[in-house]
Design a protein around this ligand. Structure first.
Ligand SMILES: *[C@@H]1O[C@H](CO)[C@@H](O)[C@H](O)[C@H]1NC(C)=O
Ligand SMILES: *[C@@H]1O[C@H](CO)[C@@H](O)[C@H](O)[C@H]1NC(C)=O
Ligand SMILES: *[C@@H]1O[C@H](CO)[C@@H](O)[C@H](O)[C@H]1NC(C)=O
Length: 263
């Protein structure tokens, strides 16, 4: 009876850590391989589609040639602003509509630098205007802060992922010692995933303050309008949260298995 309960416990623990690992692999691979199906997987999205109108309102002149309609135009070369930017753990993608766009090369420890990304796509005269006109107190414009913290969070999420994988694999052989090691990896991985995902959540939450920013028009009527830059959470963040919860829940059955199993 005790033995059966032990089997059920380790089965539950393995199932939960396996689910966590699947979610984590999906989150990482979906952000590395940006050209195929899970194209929508990103940590943070920045919708720039109403920014041109806000800029025109602020300078009191029509804005022309700010956006590009060429989906394959290179990023970072003043080739024109895109409607939507999606930032992941390994690269970012810039879309001219809901499906067509181009992504940067992937690299590990890629830094979240959204303002740099959008400025580098604008024609030079507009990036100059933008720098003068978007308030630099907004977190979204603080590339150094976002870059450093997102890089640190990346390493935590990566090591947390490796711990989750090791907890799952090492817990398979039926030995008290392996259950103990699995428990430790599950606890350690849970902590790392938690800190990593909390950092990302805080960064996005702070960047979202730009959604409420207003600009006043320089023309007649002096109306204030939204800045037209809208930050939102990407599905990658939810995958990491879900993976964290699964790994966290696996800790209890791992702990019970290693404390009660006498193989
Ligand atoms: C779009 O951009 C690509 C890459 O720079 C270029 O090769 C292509 O000719 C452009 N297409 C149009 C219609 O301008
Ligand atoms: C960007 O935001 C605008 C206005 O809210 C919306 O109409 C548009 O569909 C969004 N674009 C994308 C690509 O999500
Ligand atoms: C991206 O990768 C391609 C192929 O490896 C390379 O030719 C290109 O120079 C890279 N672009 C950047 C901006 O590093």
């Amino acid at each position: 009876m005790v033995r059966l309960r032990g089997e059920i416990c380790i089965g539950m623990a393995t199932f939960l850590s396996f689910t966590s690992v699947v979610l984590l692999i999906f989150a990482h691979v979906g952000q590395i391989n940006t050209s195929t199906v899970p194209r929508g997987i990103a940590m943070m999205k920045v919708n720039m589609s109403n920014y041109g109108a806000a800029l025109a309102n602020a300078i009191g002149d029509p804005v022309q040639g700010l956006y590009t309609s060429n989906a394959s135009a290179p990023t970072g070369q003043e080739a024109g602003l895109r409607q939507l930017y999606q930032f992941g753990l390994y690269s970012y993608c810039a879309y001219i509509d809901h499906s067509q766009g181009t992504c940067t090369n992937t690299s590990a420890a890629f830094q979240l630098q959204p303002f740099k990304a959008v400025l580098s796509d604008m024609p030079a005269n507009y990036s100059g205007l933008t720098q003068g006109f978007v308030p630099d107190t907004l977190t979204l414009t603080n590339d150094h802060y976002l870059g450093e913290f997102s890089k640190a969070a990346y390493y935590l999420l990566l090591i947390g992922t490796i711990c989750a994988f090791l907890a799952m694999v090492i817990g398979v052989p039926k030995r008290t010692l392996t259950y103990l090691i699995s428990t430790l990896f599950a606890i350690f991985g849970t902590g790392l995933l938690f800190i990593g995902v909390v950092i990302w959540t805080v960064l996005i939450h702070k960047a979202e303050t730009i959604n409420k920013a207003q600009v006043s028009s320089s023309g007649a009527g002096a109306a204030t309008l939204p800045l037209g830059i809208v930050v939102s959470v990407g599905s990658g963040l939810w995958l990491f949260w879900a993976a964290f919860v699964c790994l966290f829940l696996s800790v209890v059955p791992y702990l019970v298995s290693c404390c009660t199993y006498r193989g």
